[in-house]
Design a binder for this molecule. Structure first.
Ligand code: FAD
Length: 499
């Protein structure tokens, strides 16, 4: 594990005495909602990116919005940084705390406030788990579409902060497409309503800006989500290939044909074997790759699309094709995919999960290049990903106890992210930037673009107290990382220190 700290240009320094602050906090919160002892703080030192950690200074667990408001006002006044935390399942280190800051847990905000069946919306608190929303409305024939594989645990507040996706986001969109309104608290403790219960609104699209802002612009305290009717018919096809390139080409051809499946996922040989050994989903373990393709809609529509997709799959050279005969078999096919991350976790002491997105037509090329990078660094890479979205999740297997392996995994991951950008894609599809990919933001964006991000941050959080050191790098960091764009022979911002 590496102890992580913000870059020196991103650090928020203060000289506030801890005991004095604890006394102030006790005027806002009951004593059991304030944690400051080592054994109480330990569980909060990292999120699901467990390679990096930092012991928080103080953790607070408020249960009323007024308490969050007062904590923020106090921190704003005293210049203390604040990191929001949902369920801590983030994969990019976004919720890693600070050793001189407050970790603000939203876990106690776990109520579904209202279900409006007629308007197909629900108002929920930020700590409600993603899955709990669908479970609460299933008896109305409704569900909430974005379905991260972590949905049993991750919070809707975290989903908003990361603009999370999942298997069904290919057809139904990411979190940003499935929410209508947010209530946020600014760093100064002011309550702001963003969006509305109507479908569109005038002015800048602040809802989109806040979604994916990684806890750096405001604290989400209420979310209005859209609900969809459960589809009349659902069908899943599993296609196996002897060559990963053929599977990649199948994905590109399906999308080019105009059909948007409800989900289109791919697993490579390493992942197929790991998942099969873990949940016995019935995957053909000799294949180089499998595709899981889900179709949903009216019975007629599913029948037509199924026929068209089966033709494409055959044309692209699948060696085995199975159609789920029952709901039970469909669930079994998905069980392997949904458990793929923990399944791969059984293969190796540690893994490092990347999240680049590329145009789908380059899937086969990029997978081949990842294979070459895997040999170059001598580390196994397991691929399991949202193929229909071109959203790669290479899991780089390493053992942190072996000297240099984590560093090697980081370098290999970095090469994959650079490759994604070179292919016209991005360094993150759904897991966010956090601390994990912050240096690669310097690679993705130029100085002017980063300065726009900083101006937006300043408009919401003028003291830079919300989640410093995450997601948006300072120009100084980029200068040090050596990735600041240089045009011609002109070094941008020559006045910045290069460390
Ligand atoms: C096994 C596994 C599978 C996963 N699969 C997927 C997947 O398929 N798709 C996907 O998109 N992600 C996936 N993830 C990643 C993760 O679950 C998501 O990013 C999720 O949205 C994080 O939610 P959380 O509540 O755990 O947030 P946390 O990890 O607690 O926080 C994440 C970020 O959100 C901020 N934050 C949290 N709550 C708030 C709030 N109320 N207001 C403001 N900021 C807040 C934090 O500061 C941090 O920056 C997976 C993770 C695991 C471990």
């Amino acid at each position: 594990m590496i102890t992580i700290q913000p870059h020196q240009s991103e650090k928020v320094e203060h000289t506030i005495d801890k005991n004095e602050l604890l006394n102030d906090l006790q005027t806002i919160l009951p004593k059991p909602s304030i944690l400051s002892e080592l054994e109480q703080l330990k569980p909060f030192e990292c999120d699901a990116l467990s390679a990096y950690h930092c012991l928080p200074w103080i953790v607070v667990l408020p249960e009323k919005i007024e308490q969050v408001q007062k904590v923020l006002q106090l921190c704003y006044l005293k210049g203390i940084p604040v990191v929001a935390r949902g369920a801590g399942t983030g994969l990019s280190g976004g919720a890693i705390p600070l050793d001189n800051g407050i970790l603000l847990s939203l876990a106690k905000f776990n109520q579904i406030l209202q279900v409006d069946v007629d308007n197909r919306i629900a108002r929920v608190q930020p700590g409600v788990t993603n899955l709990a929303i669908s479970q609460a409305v299933v008896h109305h024939g409704l569900y909430y579409a974005p379905d991260p594989s972590s949905q049993i645990a991750c919070s809707i507040g975290g989903n908003v902060a990361e603009n999370s996706g999942g298997v069904h986001c290919l057809k139904y969109g990411l979190t940003v497409h499935n929410i209508l309104r947010l209530t946020i608290l600014t760093m100064e403790g002011e309550s702001v309503t963003i969006g509305s219960h109507g479908l569109d609104g005038p002015g800048y699209d602040l809802l989109a800006l806040l979604t994916g802002s990684e806890g750096m612009l405001g604290i989400v305290v209420e979310v209005t989500v859209k609900l969809l009717p459960l589809p009349e018919s659902v069908q899943v096809i599993m296609a196996a290939y002897d060559d990963i390139e053929k599977a990649g080409n199948t994905v590109a051809t399906i999308i080019a044909s105009g059909i948007i499946p409800a989900g289109l996922e791919m697993m490579d040989k390493v992942t197929i074997n790991a998942a099969e050994n873990f949940v016995h989903a019935g995957y053909p373990i000799d294949s180089a790759a499998i595709l899981l393709c889900e179709l949903d809609g009216t019975t007629e529509q599913v029948k037509d699309e199924l026929a068209a997709i089966l033709t494409i799959i055959q044309q692209q050279g699948a060696v085995e094709v199975r159609i789920a005969e029952s709901d039970q078999e469909r669930q079994k096919m998905w069980a392997g995919r949904k458990a793929a991350f923990p399944a791969v976790g059984r293969l190796s002491a540690d893994y490092y999960c990347m999240d680049g997105t590329i145009p789908r037509r380059y899937l086969a090329d990029v997978l081949k290049k990842i294979e070459q990078l895997s040999s170059k660094y001598g580390l196994v890479v397991a691929n399991v990903f949202h193929a229909g979205d071109g959203n790669l999740h290479p899991l780089i297997l390493y053992n942190a106890n072996n000297q240099g392996e984590l560093e090697n995994a980081e370098l290999l991951g970095g090469e994959i992210l650079k490759l994604s950008v070179e292919m016209g894609g991005t360094i993150t599809g759904e897991h966010g930037v956090g601390v994990e990919k912050i240096n690669y933001m310097c690679y993705q964006f130029d100085c002017n673009e980063l300065q726009l991000f900083h101006a937006l941050k300043h408009a919401f959080d003028n003291k830079g107290l919300l989640n410093p050191g995450k997601a948006v790098p300072t120009l100084q960091r980029c200068a040090e990382f050596g990735a600041m764009h240089v045009h011609g022979a002109d070094l941008a911002y020559p006045e910045l220190e290069r460390f």
